[in-house]
Design a protein around this ligand. Structure first.
Ligand code: SAM
Ligand code: DTB
Ligand code: SF4
Length: 316
Protein backbone atom coordinates (compact mmCIF):
# COMPACT_ATOMS: atom_id res chain seq x y z
CA UNK A 1 0.00 0.00 0.00
CA UNK A 2 1.41 3.36 -0.95
CA UNK A 3 0.75 5.56 2.04
CA UNK A 4 3.49 8.07 1.22
CA UNK A 5 1.90 11.49 0.84
CA UNK A 6 3.27 14.95 0.22
CA UNK A 7 0.01 16.86 0.64
CA UNK A 8 -0.36 16.74 4.41
CA UNK A 9 -2.09 19.73 5.95
CA UNK A 10 -1.13 21.14 9.31
CA UNK A 11 -4.67 20.38 10.51
CA UNK A 12 -4.24 16.68 9.76
CA UNK A 13 -0.97 16.61 11.68
CA UNK A 14 -2.62 18.48 14.56
CA UNK A 15 -5.36 15.82 14.63
CA UNK A 16 -2.70 13.14 14.94
CA UNK A 17 -0.97 14.98 17.80
CA UNK A 18 -4.32 15.23 19.61
CA UNK A 19 -5.19 11.51 19.40
CA UNK A 20 -5.37 9.47 22.58
CA UNK A 21 -1.80 8.25 23.17
CA UNK A 22 -2.57 4.57 22.54
CA UNK A 23 -4.38 5.35 19.27
CA UNK A 24 -1.47 7.45 18.03
CA UNK A 25 1.07 4.75 18.90
CA UNK A 26 -1.09 2.04 17.32
CA UNK A 27 -1.26 3.99 14.04
CA UNK A 28 2.46 4.71 14.07
CA UNK A 29 3.31 1.09 14.87
CA UNK A 30 0.99 -0.20 12.13
CA UNK A 31 2.64 2.03 9.54
CA UNK A 32 6.10 1.17 10.83
CA UNK A 33 5.45 -2.56 10.45
CA UNK A 34 4.16 -2.04 6.91
CA UNK A 35 7.51 -0.69 5.75
CA UNK A 36 10.22 -1.90 8.11
CA UNK A 37 11.33 -4.92 10.06
CA UNK A 38 9.81 -3.92 13.41
CA UNK A 39 12.70 -4.93 15.66
CA UNK A 40 15.66 -3.52 13.76
CA UNK A 41 17.39 -0.17 14.15
CA UNK A 42 19.92 1.52 11.93
CA UNK A 43 23.10 2.44 13.83
CA UNK A 44 25.17 5.54 13.11
CA UNK A 45 28.19 6.97 14.89
CA UNK A 46 29.03 10.67 14.92
CA UNK A 47 32.36 12.43 14.84
CA UNK A 48 33.03 16.15 15.02
CA UNK A 49 35.72 16.59 12.37
CA UNK A 50 35.91 20.36 12.89
CA UNK A 51 34.79 21.69 16.23
CA UNK A 52 33.71 25.15 17.43
CA UNK A 53 34.30 28.72 16.29
CA UNK A 54 31.25 28.69 13.99
CA UNK A 55 30.11 32.09 12.63
CA UNK A 56 26.41 31.13 12.77
CA UNK A 57 24.37 32.05 15.86
CA UNK A 58 22.16 28.96 16.31
CA UNK A 59 20.74 29.47 19.80
CA UNK A 60 21.12 25.81 20.77
CA UNK A 61 24.67 25.20 19.68
CA UNK A 62 27.78 24.78 21.82
CA UNK A 63 29.91 25.47 18.74
CA UNK A 64 28.68 28.94 17.83
CA UNK A 65 31.30 31.69 18.25
CA UNK A 66 28.45 33.82 19.64
CA UNK A 67 28.35 31.61 22.75
CA UNK A 68 30.78 31.35 25.66
CA UNK A 69 30.53 27.65 26.30
CA UNK A 70 34.13 26.90 27.25
CA UNK A 71 34.45 24.68 24.17
CA UNK A 72 37.88 24.77 22.57
CA UNK A 73 37.73 25.43 18.82
CA UNK A 74 39.86 23.13 16.68
CA UNK A 75 40.94 22.79 13.06
CA UNK A 76 39.72 20.21 10.57
CA UNK A 77 40.99 16.78 11.62
CA UNK A 78 43.52 14.85 9.55
CA UNK A 79 42.06 12.28 7.19
CA UNK A 80 44.03 9.48 8.88
CA UNK A 81 42.62 10.33 12.35
CA UNK A 82 39.08 10.35 10.98
CA UNK A 83 39.57 6.97 9.31
CA UNK A 84 40.96 5.53 12.56
CA UNK A 85 37.80 6.70 14.38
CA UNK A 86 35.58 5.24 11.68
CA UNK A 87 37.33 1.86 12.02
CA UNK A 88 36.61 1.88 15.77
CA UNK A 89 32.98 2.80 15.15
CA UNK A 90 32.65 -0.06 12.66
CA UNK A 91 34.22 -2.48 15.11
CA UNK A 92 31.76 -1.35 17.78
CA UNK A 93 28.83 -2.11 15.46
CA UNK A 94 27.99 1.12 13.60
CA UNK A 95 27.14 0.79 9.92
CA UNK A 96 27.07 4.52 9.11
CA UNK A 97 29.69 7.12 9.99
CA UNK A 98 28.50 10.74 10.22
CA UNK A 99 31.07 13.51 10.14
CA UNK A 100 30.07 16.99 11.32
CA UNK A 101 31.84 20.30 10.86
CA UNK A 102 31.08 23.62 12.58
CA UNK A 103 30.93 25.62 9.36
CA UNK A 104 28.40 28.00 7.86
CA UNK A 105 29.47 26.44 4.55
CA UNK A 106 32.64 24.62 3.50
CA UNK A 107 35.58 26.30 1.78
CA UNK A 108 36.60 24.52 -1.41
CA UNK A 109 39.97 23.45 0.01
CA UNK A 110 38.30 21.95 3.08
CA UNK A 111 35.73 20.24 0.91
CA UNK A 112 38.53 18.40 -0.92
CA UNK A 113 39.77 17.02 2.41
CA UNK A 114 36.22 15.99 3.39
CA UNK A 115 35.81 14.22 0.01
CA UNK A 116 38.94 12.23 0.81
CA UNK A 117 37.49 11.29 4.22
CA UNK A 118 34.25 10.21 2.55
CA UNK A 119 35.93 7.93 0.04
CA UNK A 120 38.24 6.38 2.65
CA UNK A 121 35.45 5.74 5.16
CA UNK A 122 33.32 4.28 2.37
CA UNK A 123 36.13 1.93 1.43
CA UNK A 124 35.92 0.49 4.98
CA UNK A 125 32.47 -0.75 3.95
CA UNK A 126 30.53 1.85 5.94
CA UNK A 127 27.79 4.20 4.78
CA UNK A 128 28.92 7.82 4.89
CA UNK A 129 27.15 10.98 6.02
CA UNK A 130 28.47 14.50 6.42
CA UNK A 131 27.00 17.72 7.76
CA UNK A 132 28.96 20.79 6.75
CA UNK A 133 26.43 23.64 6.60
CA UNK A 134 25.16 25.25 3.40
CA UNK A 135 26.26 23.81 0.05
CA UNK A 136 26.22 25.09 -3.51
CA UNK A 137 25.02 22.66 -6.20
CA UNK A 138 28.67 22.31 -7.34
CA UNK A 139 29.83 21.35 -3.84
CA UNK A 140 27.00 18.83 -3.56
CA UNK A 141 28.08 17.25 -6.87
CA UNK A 142 31.67 16.99 -5.64
CA UNK A 143 30.52 15.15 -2.51
CA UNK A 144 28.39 12.84 -4.63
CA UNK A 145 31.38 12.07 -6.84
CA UNK A 146 33.39 11.20 -3.72
CA UNK A 147 30.70 8.57 -2.98
CA UNK A 148 28.79 10.33 -0.20
CA UNK A 149 25.64 8.44 0.79
CA UNK A 150 23.82 10.98 3.04
CA UNK A 151 23.96 14.71 3.72
CA UNK A 152 22.55 15.92 7.04
CA UNK A 153 21.03 19.38 7.06
CA UNK A 154 18.31 19.99 9.63
CA UNK A 155 15.47 22.47 9.26
CA UNK A 156 15.59 22.51 13.07
CA UNK A 157 12.13 23.97 13.81
CA UNK A 158 9.03 25.48 12.21
CA UNK A 159 9.43 28.28 9.65
CA UNK A 160 7.66 30.61 12.15
CA UNK A 161 9.91 29.85 15.12
CA UNK A 162 13.10 29.78 13.06
CA UNK A 163 14.15 33.39 13.55
CA UNK A 164 13.79 33.08 17.32
CA UNK A 165 16.55 30.47 17.17
CA UNK A 166 18.86 31.55 14.32
CA UNK A 167 19.33 35.01 12.81
CA UNK A 168 22.39 34.44 10.58
CA UNK A 169 20.51 32.43 7.93
CA UNK A 170 16.94 31.87 6.85
CA UNK A 171 14.67 28.86 6.70
CA UNK A 172 14.76 29.23 2.91
CA UNK A 173 18.59 28.91 2.97
CA UNK A 174 18.11 25.50 4.57
CA UNK A 175 15.60 24.45 1.90
CA UNK A 176 17.96 25.61 -0.87
CA UNK A 177 20.75 23.35 0.40
CA UNK A 178 18.36 20.42 0.75
CA UNK A 179 17.36 20.97 -2.87
CA UNK A 180 21.01 21.03 -3.99
CA UNK A 181 21.70 17.78 -2.11
CA UNK A 182 18.64 16.10 -3.59
CA UNK A 183 19.47 17.29 -7.10
CA UNK A 184 22.98 15.84 -6.77
CA UNK A 185 21.46 12.43 -6.03
CA UNK A 186 22.66 12.22 -2.41
CA UNK A 187 20.27 10.78 0.21
CA UNK A 188 18.80 13.50 2.40
CA UNK A 189 18.97 13.44 6.20
CA UNK A 190 16.89 16.27 7.65
CA UNK A 191 15.01 16.74 10.88
CA UNK A 192 15.05 19.07 13.80
CA UNK A 193 15.21 19.77 17.50
CA UNK A 194 12.43 19.85 20.07
CA UNK A 195 12.60 21.19 23.61
CA UNK A 196 13.69 24.67 22.49
CA UNK A 197 10.70 26.40 24.06
CA UNK A 198 8.60 25.86 20.93
CA UNK A 199 4.93 24.95 21.16
CA UNK A 200 3.03 22.08 19.59
CA UNK A 201 2.13 24.21 16.55
CA UNK A 202 5.88 24.60 15.90
CA UNK A 203 6.43 20.84 16.15
CA UNK A 204 3.59 20.43 13.67
CA UNK A 205 5.12 23.13 11.43
CA UNK A 206 8.50 21.40 11.51
CA UNK A 207 7.11 17.99 10.54
CA UNK A 208 4.85 19.65 7.97
CA UNK A 209 7.85 21.30 6.28
CA UNK A 210 9.58 17.90 6.04
CA UNK A 211 6.64 15.78 4.93
CA UNK A 212 5.56 18.21 2.20
CA UNK A 213 8.98 18.24 0.52
CA UNK A 214 8.78 16.86 -3.03
CA UNK A 215 10.60 13.76 -1.72
CA UNK A 216 10.71 12.89 1.97
CA UNK A 217 14.16 12.86 3.56
CA UNK A 218 15.38 9.25 3.71
CA UNK A 219 16.46 9.94 7.28
CA UNK A 220 14.68 12.20 9.80
CA UNK A 221 16.58 12.88 13.02
CA UNK A 222 14.44 14.11 15.90
CA UNK A 223 16.75 15.64 18.49
CA UNK A 224 15.84 16.54 22.05
CA UNK A 225 17.71 19.76 22.82
CA UNK A 226 20.97 19.15 24.67
CA UNK A 227 20.95 22.22 26.91
CA UNK A 228 24.45 23.64 26.93
CA UNK A 229 25.59 26.18 29.53
CA UNK A 230 26.49 29.45 27.84
CA UNK A 231 24.10 29.04 24.89
CA UNK A 232 20.96 31.16 24.45
CA UNK A 233 18.83 28.09 25.09
CA UNK A 234 20.62 26.87 28.21
CA UNK A 235 17.44 27.41 30.23
CA UNK A 236 14.84 26.53 27.59
CA UNK A 237 11.72 24.81 28.86
CA UNK A 238 12.19 21.10 28.32
CA UNK A 239 9.68 18.92 26.51
CA UNK A 240 8.18 16.05 28.50
CA UNK A 241 8.93 12.52 27.38
CA UNK A 242 5.37 11.76 26.25
CA UNK A 243 5.23 14.83 24.00
CA UNK A 244 8.60 13.79 22.58
CA UNK A 245 7.21 10.30 21.83
CA UNK A 246 4.19 11.91 20.15
CA UNK A 247 6.54 13.93 17.91
CA UNK A 248 8.29 10.72 16.86
CA UNK A 249 4.97 8.99 16.19
CA UNK A 250 3.64 11.83 14.02
CA UNK A 251 6.92 11.92 12.05
CA UNK A 252 6.62 8.14 11.48
CA UNK A 253 3.02 8.41 10.25
CA UNK A 254 3.71 11.43 8.03
CA UNK A 255 6.87 9.90 6.48
CA UNK A 256 6.19 6.14 6.43
CA UNK A 257 9.28 5.04 4.51
CA UNK A 258 11.83 7.32 6.17
CA UNK A 259 14.17 6.26 8.93
CA UNK A 260 13.15 8.27 11.98
CA UNK A 261 16.16 8.74 14.21
CA UNK A 262 15.89 9.02 17.96
CA UNK A 263 18.84 11.41 18.02
CA UNK A 264 20.30 13.76 20.63
CA UNK A 265 18.90 13.54 24.14
CA UNK A 266 18.99 9.79 24.81
CA UNK A 267 21.58 10.39 27.55
CA UNK A 268 18.83 11.99 29.64
CA UNK A 269 15.98 9.65 28.69
CA UNK A 270 14.90 6.64 30.68
CA UNK A 271 15.05 3.19 29.10
CA UNK A 272 11.25 3.22 29.19
CA UNK A 273 11.00 6.53 27.29
CA UNK A 274 13.38 5.20 24.64
CA UNK A 275 11.37 1.98 24.39
CA UNK A 276 8.25 4.10 23.74
CA UNK A 277 10.13 5.99 21.00
CA UNK A 278 10.94 2.69 19.28
CA UNK A 279 7.32 1.61 19.69
CA UNK A 280 6.31 4.94 18.09
CA UNK A 281 8.38 4.08 15.02
CA UNK A 282 11.89 5.37 15.70
CA UNK A 283 14.30 3.01 13.94
CA UNK A 284 17.67 4.67 14.00
CA UNK A 285 20.03 5.89 16.73
CA UNK A 286 23.39 7.51 17.28
CA UNK A 287 25.65 5.03 19.00
CA UNK A 288 28.85 5.82 20.90
CA UNK A 289 29.64 7.89 24.00
CA UNK A 290 29.67 11.24 22.26
CA UNK A 291 27.42 13.06 19.82
CA UNK A 292 29.41 16.03 18.44
CA UNK A 293 30.31 17.84 21.66
CA UNK A 294 27.81 16.45 24.18
CA UNK A 295 27.34 13.03 25.78
CA UNK A 296 25.43 10.02 24.47
CA UNK A 297 24.81 6.76 26.38
CA UNK A 298 27.79 4.47 26.81
CA UNK A 299 27.93 1.75 24.16
CA UNK A 300 27.62 -1.10 26.66
CA UNK A 301 24.44 0.47 28.10
CA UNK A 302 22.95 0.72 24.62
CA UNK A 303 23.85 -2.86 23.79
CA UNK A 304 22.09 -3.91 26.98
CA UNK A 305 19.01 -1.80 26.24
CA UNK A 306 18.69 -3.09 22.67
CA UNK A 307 19.14 -6.68 23.89
CA UNK A 308 16.44 -6.23 26.57
CA UNK A 309 14.08 -4.91 23.89
CA UNK A 310 14.98 -7.67 21.43
CA UNK A 311 16.14 -5.07 18.91
CA UNK A 312 18.97 -5.89 16.52
CA UNK A 313 21.21 -3.76 14.33
CA UNK A 314 20.07 -3.36 10.75
CA UNK A 315 22.46 -4.54 8.08
CA UNK A 316 22.36 -1.97 5.23
N1 SAM B 1 27.17 23.34 11.02
C1 SAM B 1 26.35 22.46 10.33
C2 SAM B 1 24.89 22.81 10.38
O1 SAM B 1 24.46 23.41 11.36
O2 SAM B 1 24.17 22.47 9.46
C3 SAM B 1 26.51 21.01 10.77
C4 SAM B 1 26.72 20.69 12.24
S1 SAM B 1 25.36 21.08 13.30
C5 SAM B 1 26.04 20.85 14.91
C6 SAM B 1 24.23 19.73 13.03
C7 SAM B 1 22.89 19.75 13.73
O3 SAM B 1 23.05 19.37 15.09
C8 SAM B 1 22.15 21.07 13.83
O4 SAM B 1 21.45 21.36 12.66
C9 SAM B 1 21.19 20.80 14.96
O5 SAM B 1 19.97 20.31 14.47
C10 SAM B 1 21.89 19.73 15.78
N2 SAM B 1 22.28 20.26 17.11
C11 SAM B 1 23.26 21.15 17.35
N3 SAM B 1 23.33 21.45 18.66
C12 SAM B 1 22.37 20.72 19.27
C13 SAM B 1 21.93 20.60 20.62
N4 SAM B 1 22.50 21.30 21.59
N5 SAM B 1 20.92 19.76 20.90
C14 SAM B 1 20.33 19.05 19.90
N6 SAM B 1 20.71 19.12 18.61
C15 SAM B 1 21.69 19.95 18.29
C1 DTB C 1 21.46 15.49 14.06
O1 DTB C 1 20.27 15.67 13.75
N1 DTB C 1 21.90 15.37 15.30
C2 DTB C 1 23.33 15.23 15.32
C3 DTB C 1 23.68 15.14 13.82
N2 DTB C 1 22.45 15.40 13.19
C4 DTB C 1 24.78 15.93 13.27
C5 DTB C 1 23.99 16.28 16.10
C6 DTB C 1 23.51 16.32 17.53
C7 DTB C 1 24.36 17.33 18.23
C8 DTB C 1 24.04 17.43 19.68
C9 DTB C 1 24.84 18.48 20.34
C10 DTB C 1 26.31 18.26 20.36
O2 DTB C 1 26.77 17.13 20.65
O3 DTB C 1 27.04 19.23 20.18
FE1 SF4 D 1 27.36 26.37 13.44
FE2 SF4 D 1 25.98 24.20 12.86
FE3 SF4 D 1 26.31 24.98 15.41
FE4 SF4 D 1 24.74 26.38 13.85
S1 SF4 D 1 24.43 24.26 14.46
S2 SF4 D 1 26.31 27.20 15.22
S3 SF4 D 1 25.76 26.19 11.89
S4 SF4 D 1 27.87 24.28 14.03
Amino acid sequence: MDDVRHDWSREELATLFALPFADLIFQAQTIHRRHFAPNEVQISTLLSIKTGGCPEDCGYCSQSASHETGLKASKLMDVSAVVADAKNAKQAGATRFCMGAAWRSPKDKDLDAVCEMVSEVKSLGMETCVTLGMLTPQQASKLRDAGLDYYNHNIDTSPEYYEQIITTRTFQDRLDTLEAVRAAGIHVCSGGIVGMGENEADRIGMIHALCTLPQHPESVPINMLMRVEGTKLADAESINALDFVRTIAVARIAMPKSFVRLSAGREYMSDEAQALCFLAGANSIFYGEKLLTTPNPEAHKDRQLLARLGITAMVP
